[in-house]
Design a protein around this ligand. Structure first.
Ligand code: CUA
Length: 407
């Protein structure tokens, strides 16, 4: 027993020492340079005020992030220039630092599951190496050779059988106990938690906060339990944040829950981990863990932004927020649906049934509310209706945005 536990203990100590060392030396990521401005709206960026440096995020002083920054012509630009400060946080390169073998955990509740992982790994290595060497050694020792007579095999050995039953049983009981304890914690959110509603559909995420603010990236406070109440509009999706060690399916017509306690501010990657169709791989929003106070500012600033937005801005925001960008590009290339770039605005376009339609406000509105009414050649009718899901102002914003893409 001692002989088995000692090397296992040593292996675990080495693994956790590596863990602690890397966690201690973690420096905040350097501020990224804003990506180059691209797209047909590039011109719009030139007359906007110079944005605060993207790197102001590590300090997050309130002065560095004026609310007005998110609105006005600036956010029509393709780069981070002119983006609201919280969207700049989401656009930062993701923190991809790793431990020994796993992405570095950012959830206080992840330590137990990581410990289980390393304990089981250490046990596996130990038994794999031990058994392999025993097999090789015995194969060599008892090989057939001239002058060597095969010895009779013992039919039964009580001591041996008790040993190889009792030792694994003890190990398995330990593994079960620690695994069960960690599992119970993972599935039991504390009563006092920030609650965020998560809605997924093909192919987008929507995170809805207590004050009604919605976003397609997940913003959460640091050092606070966050509870997610999740459901899907259509098929199974799966909420997966590797650094939080949290993965939970989203099921249509049913709520599922997840929670975590983020320990380090930063920008992390989230995924959809259940194959859900063509653009499954695009369902990967950012997770922004805010510095203390940042989450509250995010809620206020984001709430302020969603009102009084110019229609084109609103349309552009909805293009991303409502997941239009999963199927439609704005650069002229085709995806699941036709591009929104509109050189033909105001002209006649041909439908797949041969009829022609004027590409105008009426056609766009109909396409949003009754997408199956008319189909463009080469694009099978597959878009869900947005009837009842958009306010009138939002429909007008989308029309304005599409119209603005005519050059
Ligand atoms: Cu949603 Cu995969």
């Amino acid at each position: 027993m001692k002989r088995i536990l000692l090397p296992m203990f040593v292996a675990l100590c080495v693994a956790s020492a590596a863990h602690a060392q890397q966690a201690g030396s973690a420096a905040p990521a350097a501020p990224p340079a804003p990506p180059p401005v691209t797209g047909q709206n590039a011109g719009a960026a030139s007359d906007t005020p110079k944005p605060s440096p993207a790197g102001s995020t590590s300090a997050q002083s309130p002065g560095a992030a004026p609310t007005a920054q998110g609105s006005a012509a600036g956010s029509a630009a393709g780069g981070t220039a002119g983006m609201a400060w919280y969207d700049q946080l989401a656009a930062r390169p993701k923190d991809t630092s790793t431990n020994f073998w796993l992405p570095k955990a950012v959830n206080a509740e992840a330590d137990d599951s990581d410990m289980m992982f390393y304990a089981i790994l250490a046990l596996n290595i130990l038994f794999f190496v031990g058994i392999t060497f025993a097999v090789i050694y015995f194969t060599w020792k008892y090989r057939a050779r001239p002058g060597h007579k095969a010895e009779p095999s013992p039919a039964h050995n009580d001591a041996l059988e008790i040993t190889w039953t009792v030792i694994p049983t003890i190990i398995v009981v330990f593994l079960f106990y620690f695994g069960w304890r960690a599992y119970i914690r993972v599935v039991t959110p504390p009563n006092k938690a920030v609650e965020i509603n998560v809605l997924a559909w093909r192919w987008a995420w929507e995170f809805k906060h207590a004050n009604g603010v919605t976003d397609n990236n997940l913003h959460v406070p640091v050092n606070t339990p966050v509870r997610l109440v999740m459901t899907s509009k259509d098929v199974l999706h799966s909420f997966y944040i590797p650094v939080m060690r949290v993965k939970q399916d989203l099921v249509p017509r049913r709520y599922t829950y997840a929670w975590f306690f983020a320990t380090k501010p930063g920008t992390y990657q989230m995924y959809c981990a259940e194959y859900c169709g063509t653009n499954h791989s695009q369902m990967k929003p950012a997770v922004v863990v805010h510095e203390p106070g940042g989450y509250e500012r995010y809620l206020n600033d984001k709430a302020a932004e969603s009102t009084n937005m110019p229609p084109v801005e609103l349309g552009k925001m909805l293009y991303e927020k409502k997941g239009c960008n999963a199927c439609h590009t704005v650069d002229g290339t085709a995806r699941v649906g036709p591009t929104w770039k509109q050189p033909d605005w105001g002209k006649q376009i041909t439908m797949s049934d041969g009829k022609t339609v004027t590409m105008d406000e009426n056609y766009v509105r109909e396409s949003i509310l009754s997408p199956l009414a008319k189909a463009r050649p080469g694009f099978p009718p597959s878009m869900p209706s947005f009837e009842g899901q958009l306010k009138e102002k939002e429909i007008q914003g989308l029309i304005a945005y599409i119209k603005s893409l005519k050059q």
